[in-house]
Design a protein around this ligand. Structure first.
Ligand code: ZN
Length: 110
């Protein structure tokens, strides 16, 4: 039985949904808020095994010009995780929050 993952359009969290067959009609409900609206199929489960390092290695750390506005720091990283259907890991979250407070990590090469 395939398991599909859906991202809730309301709370943005992922739900795993059992599907009887690939052709079955499904109306998945969010496990977290119960919403059935705007549930978007997350295509690749494999993507969830990516590490932060993999994502950065593939895409680089972005254009430093994007970081002129402190509120933009980390938004690029957040978007990458969003694309992969992943939640931003806590350590990355903490790094982004610290950067927004002006504590920029050296790895970003700023
Ligand atoms: Zn939800």
């Amino acid at each position: 039985m395939p398991i599909y993952e859906y991202r809730c359009g309301k709370c943005r969290r992922l739900s795993s949904v059992f599907v009887r067959s690939a052709r079955a009609q499904v109306a998945p409900a969010c496990e977290h808020c119960g919403s059935t609206e705007a549930m978007a199929r997350v295509i690749s489960r494999v993507a969830r095994t990516r590490s932060t390092a993999d994502v950065v290695a593939e895409h680089g750390t972005g254009n430093p010009g994007e970081y002129r506005d402190p509120r933009q720091i980390g938004s690029w990283v957040e978007q990458r995780f969003e694309e992969y259907g992943m939640d931003v890991p806590e350590e990355t979250r903490a790094m982004i929050d610290a950067a927004r407070e002006g504590d920029l990590p050296k790895e970003l090469g700023l």
